[in-house]
Design a protein around this ligand. Sequence first.
Ligand SMILES: C[S@@+](CC[C@H](N)C(=O)[O-])C[C@H]1O[C@@H](n2cnc3c(N)ncnc32)[C@H](O)[C@@H]1O
Length: 241
Amino acid sequence: MPHQRMTRLGYGTLKDENSKQLLNMSEFLLKFMPNLIVYEERKVKAKGLNSENKVNEEKLKEYFFEEDYQRLSLLDNLPKITLNTSSITLLYPGCGVDLFTPLIYLDKLFLQVTEAKLIFVDENQDLGLLKTLLDEVGVSFEEKKNILRFYWEEKLISLEFQEGEISQLLPEFPPFNLYFEKAFRIMREHIPDYEKDILNKLSVGGVIISDTGFENADLESFNAPKELSTYGEMIIGRKKK
Ligand SMILES: C[S@@+](CC[C@H](N)C(=O)[O-])C[C@H]1O[C@@H](n2cnc3c(N)ncnc32)[C@H](O)[C@@H]1O
């Protein structure tokens, strides 16, 4: 970042001493650190379910670094995955505000799925930001407490956000047929028996999608390209028994 004189004027407001422009924090970050993706929560109204929703792809791309978004097209060359039901449950621990990646995986790989319950877990309360993100890409939703329902590329999604620590919440969850993990490697290293507990809760025939680990699990591999993981360890595999 070039040397820049800024004056802090009050909570969240800065003055660029060169241009005398007033900037709020996200304007500041975008102006001087253009490679950052800035998430800013807005108050968003639940406008209800709309099966005609079209996802605004240009807006969607703004929430990815260009090379990461392009890398997702590697999924187009993978075989499509079928599960033994068209109505599935997916668990995503340490989701943060990463709403779009699991939705893109669902859209590209699980063509037969028509309804998905997504259980998103994070120690931080991210529900407000998730609502903002849906609104940003033009997807309207219905809201009941911590559950958002919306259509994503014709799949009916019911997203339940659970604030808390995954090892404490996991025993309470129903079994799931899909486990999704991204950028959670360091955090889950501290959780004893993490993979074993996840595999126990995953239904037989269910699928693990993770950018790390599970190399010793008894999974039928779908040979996912390793470039899909920033750690170079991508696994997409089905639980055999
Ligand atoms: C590096 S971020 C990754 C976020 C998201 N998966 C992504 O790819 O952008 C890790 C997230 O895990 C959450 N986290 C860390 N430890 C956790 C735990 N034990 N249980 C639940 N969430 C946790 C953090 O709050 C943070 O949002």
